[in-house]
Design a protein around this ligand. Structure first.
Ligand code: CO8
Length: 278
């Protein structure tokens, strides 16, 4: 298991706010093929400073480059928040010039480019940038204490890391307008009914349920998993005909993989498949 834990004193500007374990530690031992990444800045409800986001992107990229890592669970430390948004105190001093010149929002493109399936395990607040981060993941497992929302309007701005786009695609214009223009938060059950989250579970079992889902994804052939993820994400980007074309090409390409041969042979031979990721 590799672990990155906070190494510096809490007051240090270099403090690590992201820890990770690969393989993740489950209730009954290491979880094969699954990494757990934790945002740990509990004193600020895991608010996403620019440094924190840089650390998070670097960790996700490191895991994404590891063939043995087949699924990543992302969560917030503690029980109160996944992340309560961007760090408002840090944002307060920004200008259009600093935001443009320092280009720190580019980190969101790095997070969105991760090819390994990602699952957000959300307890408590997922607000503003925290909601945008959860929506950047492929699946969301929400505890029944989770609250989702884009409250930026209440502090004089609007969503800036995908909220207007991903929220609208997930729950539709009518509900997205209401949530974003009023800044109202949405409880977990409503988020599930609206189609924002994959499933709602009892709060205390959120991480276990997310790890369980990750295990089931990690057990599938990795080339096919990544190809299917890419095709699903294209459904939000492309016209239907272009998306169907992308899907068909990806499907055809998988017939060059050993896992396709193995999967279909195992079915005929009535035995479990042995995936190699080749
Ligand atoms: N940024 C900085 N600090 C925060 C944040 C935040 N987003 N949220 C909470 N904190 C801090 C509080 O300041 C407080 O610190 P302290 O004890 O030093 O005063 C501590 O966390 C605990 O918070 P509260 O005392 O406020 O806890 P409550 O239980 O009373 O309230 C709330 C919880 C309702 C979640 C409340 O903290 C709150 O409203 N937080 C702000 C939510 C918000 O507006 N989020 C959106 C931020 S803007 C944004 O995300 C834009 C995204 C753009 C892209 C991202 C680029 C990086």
């Amino acid at each position: 298991m590799t672990e990155a834990a906070p190494a510096q004193a809490p007051s240090s500007p270099q403090r690590l706010h992201v820890t990770s374990a690969f393989p993740a530690a489950g209730a009954s031992g290491p979880v094969d093929g699954v990494a757990l990444v934790t945002i740990d800045r509990q004193e600020a409800l895991n608010a996403l400073s620019f440094d924190l986001l840089d650390q998070l992107a670097a960790e996700l990229e490191r895991l994404d480059a590891d063939d043995a890592c087949r699924a990543i669970v992302l969560t917030g430390a503690g029980t109160r928040a996944f992340a309560a948004g961007a760090d408002i105190k840090e944002l307060a001093t920004q200008t259009p010039v600093t935001l443009t010149n320092e280009n720190r929002f580019a980190v969101w493109d790095r997070i969105g480019a991760v090819r390994t399936p990602t699952i957000a395990a959300v307890r408590g607040f997922a607000l503003g940038g925290g909601c945008e981060l959860a929506m950047s993941c492929d699946l969301i497992v929400a505890g029944d204490d989770a609250q989702f929302g884009q409250p930026e309007i209440k502090i004089g701005v609007m969503p800036g890391a995908g909220g207007t786009q991903r929220m609208t695609r997930a729950i539709g214009k009518a509900k997205a307008m209401e949530l974003i223009l009023t800044g109202r938060t949405m409880p977990a059950a409503e988020a599930e009914a609206a189609g924002l989250v994959t499933k709602v579970v009892p709060a205390e079992s959120t991480l276990a349920e997310a790890l369980d889902l990750a295990v089931r994804i990690a057990a599938q052939p990795p080339l096919a998993v990544r190809a299917a993820k890419q095709a699903i994400l294209r459904a939000h980007e492309l016209s239907l005909s272009a998306g169907l074309d992308f899907e068909r090409r990806a499907f055809f390409l998988l017939f060059a993989s050993d896992d396709q041969t193995e999967g279909m042979a195992a079915f005929s031979e009535k035995r479990p498949p042995r995936w190699t990721g080749r």
